[in-house]
Design a protein around this ligand. Structure first.
Ligand code: PL3
Ligand code: FE2
Ligand code: FE2
Length: 231
């Protein structure tokens, strides 16, 4: 894997790379921060899983610190304003759902959509990352699978009661993911990450998650591609 970045001769110090990294790095830092806050909110919504969810929220805070170090290592200042706007849609939908006590929607947004997005992005990034960021990202992605797993296990146990809300939350939030991918496409390409690979990896992760929860193949096809035709 180490070879890939070298073979592509990526210049991590070029102004072009650093400019793109200022936005991608900010997105990842903001994503980890949102995840940190979302697991604290989920701990309030699911008091019987409080300790576990607080543990996950602390992991997210460590992830954030790791990615901040990746930016510093390349002498890049993350564009946090851009990243906040990038996450505004999912952030707003999570806040509304939490205020209404809709735990299923909150889990779909954080533990399924955001975690699958992160896993896809990190897996595609690892082979083309600089040495420092690759080590950090390898450690982070392993933990993201356990966050996805929390959502899968809970939703599987409550599948019958959650199905209708999951469908509605998917319709509301999946189109935002495709929009977000379009917004990072050019910067991701500068980092040698291809949009098609990101879409493919996301669909695989998300489809597997839906399958583990209890959806049929037919449902998964419909749900996981919802809104994709518009990009
Ligand atoms: C949850 O634990 C973390 C949420 C982070 C979401 C990140 C989404 C990243 C999409 C941008 C694609 C480029 C990724 C580059 C990786 C450093
Ligand atoms: Fe994380
Ligand atoms: Fe996570």
């Amino acid at each position: 894997m180490q070879q890939v970045a070298a073979d592509l001769e990526i210049d991590f110090k070029s102004e072009t790379y650093k400019d793109a990294y200022s936005r991608i790095n900010a997105i990842v830092i903001e994503g980890e921060q949102e995840a940190h806050e979302n697991y604290i909110t989920l701990a309030e919504l699911l008091p019987e899983h409080k300790d576990e969810l607080i543990r996950l929220s602390k992991m997210e805070n460590r992830h954030k610190k790791g990615f901040e170090a990746c930016g510093r290592n390349l002498e890049v200042a993350p564009d946090m304003q851009f990243a906040k706007e990038f996450f505004a849609g999912l952030h707003g939908n999570f806040q509304v759902a939490a205020a209404e006590g809709k735990v299923v929607t909150c889990l779909l947004i954080q533990a399924l959509i955001i975690e699958c997005f992160a896993i896809a992005a990190y897996n595609i990034y690892i082979p083309v990352a600089d040495d420092f960021a690759r080590k950090i990202t390898e450690g982070v992605v392993k933990e993201e699978y356990s966050h996805l797993n929390f959502g899968e296990v809970w939703l599987k146990e409550h599948f019958a009661d959650s199905k209708a809300e999951l469908e509605a939350a998917n319709r509301q939030n999946l189109p935002l993911v495709w929009k977000m991918l379009n917004q990072v496409e050019a910067d991701a390409a500068t980092l040698a990450m291809e949009k098609d690979a990101l879409v493919e990896d996301f669909m695989i992760q998300y489809g597997e998650a839906l399958s583990n929860i209890g959806f049929t193949t037919r449902d998964i096809m419909r749900l996981s591609a919802y809104g994709l035709a518009t990009i």
